[in-house]
Design a protein around this ligand. Structure first.
Ligand code: MG
Ligand code: ZN
Length: 212
């Protein structure tokens, strides 16, 4: 019997072509966001503190952000990969330390039905972060990807992580197999974590069909 696989997939820059959250901040936030982002990358600021301070620099209205999100594209190979995983009975979970606001909008637009975990941006005279998946034992992440993997995974499954950024390093350390690009590929390289490099979900699909 083929080994059951379980996929955990980052959204920004992994499923979406561009990092939607980063592009939103770059486009709409007033000066000061880059310094906050550096503190977050260094681990000085938690996602929650960094995100709220960054949201305080954004005065765009909900309709402006919705129009912006509507222009964001995904890797066209992702739905093909998802279809393959469904046919093979391999669960796929999207874990994002970004926002459900655009993930939901983009997945619906692409008619993709997938389970995802993300933070939420609420508009009440300004933007506020809401973190329904906070892990009190972590204290750094908004959506603690490693915590979610521990909660969702099962020992009988091979855990496969797919991502591209800083928030993917911790879950990559705790997965059985990693597909990485950009920052995540560099960080894993520095830590000696073996990864398969990928550019698109086409590469992942071919690798999976080759191995399993
Ligand atoms: Mg990412
Ligand atoms: Zn965490």
């Amino acid at each position: 019997m083929a080994k059951r696989l379980m996929f955990f997939v980052d959204f920004d820059g992994t499923i979406s072509r561009e990092d939607v959250c980063y592009t939103m901040v770059k486009t709409f936030a007033r000066e000061g966001w880059a310094e906050l982002n550096t503190l977050w990358e260094e681990g000085t600021l938690s996602t929650g503190d960094c995100a709220q301070a960054t949201l305080d620099l954004i005065s765009a209205l909900p309709e402006e952000l919705t129009a912006f999100f509507a222009r964001m594209e995904i890797d066209p190979a992702f739905p093909v990969f998802l279809q393959w995983a469904k046919e093979q009975n391999h669960p796929v979970y999207i874990l994002s330390d970004g926002y459900a606001n655009y993930i939901d909008l983009i997945l619906k637009r692409e008619r993709i039905d997938a389970e995802y975990y993300a933070n939420i941006m609420e508009y009440r005279e300004g933007w506020h972060i809401h973190m329904p998946h906070l892990n009190p034992e972590c204290g750094k992440c908004g959506v603690c990807k490693q915590g979610k993997i521990a909660e969702l995974s099962h020992p009988d499954f091979t855990k496969i992580y797919i991502g591209d950024g800083y928030s993917d390093l911790c879950p990559a350390r705790h997965s059985d197999m990693v597909f990485a690009k950009r920052t995540l590929a560099d960080l894993c390289g520095q830590e000696g974590i073996f990864v398969y490099n990928f550019q698109s979900f086409n590469d992942i699909l071919s690798k999976m069909q080759e191995i399993f």
